[in-house]
Every structure is written in C-alpha cells, then in structure tokens.
Ligand binder design. Structure first.
Ligand SMILES: *[C@@H]1O[C@H](CO)[C@@H](O)[C@H](O)[C@H]1NC(C)=O
Ligand SMILES: *[C@@H]1O[C@H](CO)[C@@H](O)[C@H](O)[C@H]1NC(C)=O
Length: 482
C-alpha cells in the first residue's frame, strides 16, 4: 500500500478550503491473470497525435502492479510515450528510465528520501523487501519511501521529456493511476495555440502556489517546457533546497512555472481528481459541472476501472466514427447507469451525506427524537426502511445499508464492491474512510447479511439525467473550457 500524505487546498469559486488527505497509490501484488491475447485497439487517427509526447511518471514500488494495464488499454493508441521511474528496467517489453539519475550525488548520499533509490540501485528490485518496506496498515504506508522520493522527479522529468522530443507541440504528464481519454486530450489541446506558454491542469493550491494536480494529469506546451527548463537549469541548487523542504512534486513544478510567469490554466472539469467510481456526477467546482463536458482524465483509477472505461471507449469510437467527443453524460448513460439498481448486494455507493444509525439515534433525547419522522427513526432497522428514509426526502437519490446503519445521499456516485460502509469521503483524495467491518471479517459473528448493500431511487436517477441534460443543448453548456 502506498499512501500519499497531502496537505492541500482545493480551490473553489467561493473559498479556499483546506483539506488533509491521503493518497492510496499502491495495492498489494495479486496473482497474475492468465494472458488473453487482446485484439488490436481501435484508434481514431489524427495528424496532431504525432505532435504530442505522453509522459507517464511512476516508481519501482508500484510499477508491476499498475503499469501493465496501460499497455493493454490507453497507451495502445498513443503513438509516442515515455515512462519515467526511479529505476531503469523493462516491464513487459517496455523500457522505463531512471529520471533521477542526474540528481546531485551529494543529495543522493545525504538526503534520507534517496535511501530507497540507493537501495534499488545496489540491489535492484530484490532490494525492495516489499513487506518490510510498506507494512500492511496506514502506519507503514504513510512512511512510504516511494512517495517521498516522487517529489524529486518532476523537474528532471520535464527537462528529460523536452530533450526526448524537442519538436513536440505538447507534453502530457500522467501517473500510474491516471486514466486518460486520449482522443479528448488531443481534441482539447488542439484548441490552444502551442506557441504560447500553456500549463493546463486541475487546480490545487499549497501556500501561495496554484499548480496542476499531478494525479489528474496536466499538459505543457513546448514554449512553456522551454521556459521552465531553462530557468530550472540556472537555479538547480535553489530548487534542490526548495524540494528538500516541500513534500509535493507537482507543487514544486508549479512554483518553477510561476517563477517564469506561467500561470495555470484551470482545466476542470475536463481533468478530474476522482475515478469513475468515486466521482459525484453533479459535482460543482469553480462554478462548473462536468455533465455536458468531455472527460479527459480520471484519477485513482483501478485496474478494473481502466478495463471498464477502455472497453466503453472502444465501443463508443466504433459507434461514432464521425468523431463526436465523448462527454461525461455519455459515460454515465452508457457505462455507469447499467450498474445502478434498486438493490445491489456487497456494494458501497459512498453515501455519506445524511446518516441514521442505531448508535446516533440512541444518543438523542426523547424530544430530539420526536422531531424525526417515523420513517427516519426506523431507517437503520432494515434495507427497506433505509430505502424508505431516502425516498421520504425529495433530494435523496441513493443509500447504503448495513444492519444498524443507514447512510443516504443526494450526490450520485457509483461506488464499488465492498464489505464495509464508507463513513467519510474526501473528494480531493478520491478515498473513503470506511467503517472497518472488513477487519472483523474473520469474526464468527460476521454473517453474510452483515455486508453493505446499496440502492438507488431509479425514478430519481431518470429525472437527474433529464435535469442535467438540459444545459447540454446550448452551445455555452456544451463546449470546452478554453
Ligand atoms: C551538490 O549539492 C551540494 C550540497 O547542496 C553542493 O554543495 C554542490 O555544489 C552540488 N554539486 C553540484 C555539482 O551542483
Ligand atoms: C446539481 O448541482 C447543482 C449545483 O450544486 C444543483 O443546483 C442541482 O440541483 C443539482 N442537480 C441535480 C439533478 O442533482
């Protein structure tokens, strides 16, 4: 498990809200699946695609688990890409480069963050000692050395990418859990003048620096690349010191860009910090809602989400040879909708808005309880009562239930297969804090019926789609953020 510990500020139109969150970047290694020979992907062609270099930044600790699915899906349609890591190796016939090889040797020998790097370069992958390094719980993972090393990669990565394809018009940077809708990325970038210094991403802020969130993916025009690498080369020692004091590499790059006067172009909602499972499909940020827009990235994408989205995209391009851009609403209607049901077992829909539990109801005084409707009072007692509690509130669209706990929400999310309920959700980290039933799974009292079930109020899902579709008919509501 790899956690990222971020203390970030998410920018909204109204306010700057501080959020501490954790990135879970690593999943434990699993048994390899039998190899199915994939048919060649269907890739819509454009001349412009040859003017773009895609850079995937990763690390030796996550690469085996997270990289292969990229080759079977999105990268299958990307003509020119490069993988930058902290170790040079070949993964399924694809070369990865050590992007840290030119970092000042004194730093590598003195800064503790390079301990993992040095170990990798002496002992190779065998030097990793997976289990002792990562631990099995949050305590071990918070100290994840792969994440601590990551911040050192950003500036060298930009420099290296420019050297690799000096004539590229655009450079696109993604991470190992970033799902990129390549066709939409191309369409989007073609709307900007690459001769101008562009830095396009999903906005984040730390201190005075507004920068593009790394996991949501970002793009730099050739001009921006040149400016920032020239500057970095003249101030390398300064940046080495700065990097030692900071913890987020995407912010460090943002600072360098800011220093040369290149401000971030805010690419929300095209670029998303959530995955298709955790996204609130009517999320509102800087007064923009995704529905009518085209998705370009989803972050925190798991292997199964990669496969789901990829199959969907492939089907979409075959059915839309005229080249219509895929929109969030198309993904919702064509992919998500089929997973929504009145009742879905072993599923957590991430409903964390209004909660009714035996425990919290038990703490209420008689007077407080009398203010609740009978439906609300009974909500934790069965799946059907929980459903009724949701139905009794006009805005409620989904709920999740375990005995004694009924969680409801007006935000629509798909969620995922789970044994325990999400009790708190961070839309910045794309992660849940769950109620921990899973840990007691071996407990003799743990019954089949105790796992989480979810449901959607399907007639409200229909109205939800209709309502959100409305602005898509106007040009203003159906465009690109440029
Ligand atoms: C490497 O870093 C050390 C410590 O900051 C510094 O004294 C030295 O000049 C640097 N070396 C190079 C080649 O930049
Ligand atoms: C979507 O969000 C907006 C802004 O938060 C809200 O006014 C609207 O009612 C929501 N629509 C639906 C269908 O939930």
């Amino acid at each position: 498990m790899r956690y990222r510990r971020y203390r970030l500020t998410l920018i909204t139109s109204a306010s700057l809200v501080s959020i501490i969150f954790y990135f879970f970047l690593f999943t434990p290694p699993t048994t390899p699946m039998p190899l199915i020979q994939p048919s060649p992907p269907f890739c819509p062609q454009s001349d412009f695609q040859n003017d773009v270099l895609v850079v995937l930044r990763t690390g030796a600790t996550e690469i085996l688990e997270k990289l292969p699915v990229h080759f079977e899906t999105v990268l299958g349609c990307v003509p020119d890409y490069v993988i930058y890591s902290d170790m040079e190796e070949d993964i399924e016939g694809h070369h990865t480069y050590d992007v840290l090889d030119q970092v000042n040797g004194t730093l590598k020998n003195t800064v503790p963050e390079f301990e993992l790097y040095n170990r990798l370069h002496v002992g190779g992958r065998e030097g990793l000692e997976y289990h002792t390094v990562f631990g099995s719980g949050p305590d071990g993972a918070l100290e994840n050395p792969g994440w601590k090393l990551d911040k050192w990669k950003f500036l060298p990565m930009v420099d290296r990418a420019l050297q690799r394809k000096p004539g590229a018009k655009w450079f696109v940077f993604i991470e190992a859990d970033t799902y990129m809708v390549w066709q939409n990325m191309l369409e989007y970038l073609s709307k900007f003048d690459d001769r101008l210094p562009y830095y396009i991403g999903k906005q984040m802020q730390i201190g005075g620096v507004i920068f593009a969130h790394g996991g949501s993916g970002f793009a730099l025009s050739n001009t921006a690349m040149k400016k920032v690498t020239d500057y970095w080369k003249g101030h390398q020692e300064e940046f080495d010191h700065y990097t030692q004091d900071q913890w987020a590499g995407d912010m460090i790059l943002g600072k360098a860009l800011k220093d040369v006067g290149i401000e971030l172009f805010w690419g929300f909602p095209h670029l998303q910090g959530d995955s298709i499972s955790t996204l609130d499909w009517n999320v509102s940020n800087i007064d923009r809602q995704p529905w009518c827009f085209a998705p370009i990235t989803f972050h925190h994408a798991t292997k199964s989400e990669f496969n789901m989205m990829w199959q969907f995209e492939q089907e979409w391009y075959r059915q839309h040879p005229e080249g219509d851009a895929l929109r969030f609403r198309d993904v919702f209607k064509g992919l998500l909708y089929h997973h929504l049901q009145t009742k879905r077992a072993n599923w957590d829909s991430i409903s964390t808005e209004i909660k009714y539990s035996d425990e919290s109801l038990g703490k209420l005084s008689d007077e407080e309880r009398s203010r609740l409707s009978p439906v609300q009072q009974q909500a934790p007692s069965s799946f059907e009562k929980c459903q009724a509690a949701c139905e009794s509130r006009p805005a409620c669209i989904q709920f999740s239930y375990t005995p004694g706990k009924c969680f409801t929400s007006k935000e629509l999310r798909l969620g995922y297969a789970a044994e325990s309920q999400c009790i708190e959700y961070s839309s910045v980290a794309g992660k849940c804090v769950d109620s921990g039933v899973k840990e007691k799974a071996n407990d003799a009292t743990h019954q089949e019926g105790n796992v989480v079930q979810s449901g959607w109020i399907m007639k409200r899902v229909s109205s939800y789609m209709q309502e959100l579709d409305q602005p898509c008919d106007s040009i203003a509501g159906n465009g690109w953020v440029t």
